[in-house]
Design a protein around this ligand. Structure first.
Ligand code: ATP
Length: 330
């Protein structure tokens, strides 16, 4: 199958800043792909390279097999939804959505029909006559989405599109975006620094660090089998063990990660390690217990309803042997 988007050894440097550095990437057609990483790791620059607003300093970008070297943004079958939505405040919702069609010279009647169809798609039937200022944040987000979809892009780029929404709305929109992507079957490339968002929505996740991709994989691959310490730290809240601690925890002498939810309390005779409880943090769905073990803090996630130790207690810890994930070359 042809990839929707491919990066072949792509770099974008700004002077001495290596915003994107020798990135290879293949995004499958019809997939929901997340670019995850901390601020400044090169995610937005990658999106701009796909949309054509930025040109690579080296390397090749292909969209559906075609080299984008000389192809301008408006001929790439790609559209972007920005975090700030970039709606025109003086235009009503319908005209905002239909804007791309007007630019392409589509007649008034067809524009109106198509805009209404898109508004219906994002569950905003009947909102066409309102101005953006008369909408909630979530509704504005949907208008931005409808406006980007009206041109029937083959790839939709979303740059932190849920960043301005409160947590509850954000979660609702995550489900909706995912459902919309499934229904339309077009490729979504989604930028976020929120690991929960990337894991819950994406088919595949690329984890960015300092302009490079640290790992690409399914959400469970990057979560359960992080390739590097950076990925283990950034995706979820893993215990990252240095080689000497991995060894004292029963593994070989190399870096390893051990998820807080994989650790259980155990009687001393059955324990693989022991630690002294230093803090408890109630999380609602459970409690995060911090222990001091082997000179390092180890976190244990105890699901709600289970017995908890007290601060200062010595506690035995155990885990399934495959929970200790060894990281090569970290
Ligand atoms: P954020 O999550 O904060 O948006 P990001 O991962 O999207 O971050 P980019 O915006 O791609 O990161 O930026 C990557 C690096 O490139 C940063 O160090 C940034 O300062 C730099 N950079 C981006 N655009 C330019 C530019 N036009 N000129 C100079 N430096 C730039």
């Amino acid at each position: 199958m042809t990839a929707a988007v491919e990066f072949l050894n792509v770099s974008r440097h700004f002077g001495t800043v290596r915003a994107v550095d020798r990135v290879d990437l293949s995004i499958a057609e019809g997939s929901f792909f997340a670019m995850l990483g901390p601020s400044g790791s090169g995610k937005t620059t990658c999106l701009r390279l796909i949309s054509g607003f930025e040109k690579p300093t080296a390397g090749t970008i292909r969209i559906f097999g075609e080299d984008m070297g000389e192809v301008p943004p408006n001929r790439r079958h790609v559209n972007t939804v920005f975090q700030d939505y970039a709606l025109f405040p003086h235009m009503n919702v319908r005209d905002n959505v239909a804007y791309g069609l007007m630019v392409r010279g589509v007649d008034r009647r067809s524009r109106r029909d198509k805009a209404e169809e898109m508004l219906s798609l994002v569950k905003l039937d009947g909102f066409g006559d309102r101005k953006p200022a008369q909408l909630s944040g979530g509704q504005r987000q949907r208008v931005a989405l409808a406006r980007a979809l009206v041109n029937e892009p083959r790839v939709l780029l979303l740059d932190e599109p849920l960043g301005a929404l409160d947590l509850k709305l954000r979660e609702a929109m995550q489900d909706e975006l995912k459902a919309l992507q499934r229904r339309l079957g077009i490729t979504f490339v989604f930028v976020t620094h929120d690991q929960g968002e990337a894991l819950s929505m994406a088919d595949r996740v690329a984890v960015f660090n300092e302009g490079r991709i640290a790992q690409v994989g399914t959400p469970s691959e990057v979560y359960d089998r992080p390739a590097t310490r950076f990925v283990a730290d950034f995706v979820g809240s893993s215990n990252v063990l240095p080689p000497d601690l991995t060894r004292s925890f029963g593994g070989p002498e190399c870096w390893a990660s051990l998820r807080p939810e994989a650790i259980r309390f155990a009687p001393a005779a059955e324990a693989r390690a022991t630690g002294r409880v230093s803090a408890l943090r109630y999380l609602g769905s459970g409690t995060r217990v911090a222990l001091e073990a082997g000179g390092q803090e180890i976190a244990v996630l105890v699901p709600a309803g289970n017995p908890l130790p007290a601060v200062g207690d010595r506690a035995g810890l155990t885990w399934d042997s495959d929970a200790l994930h060894l990281m090569e070359g970290a």
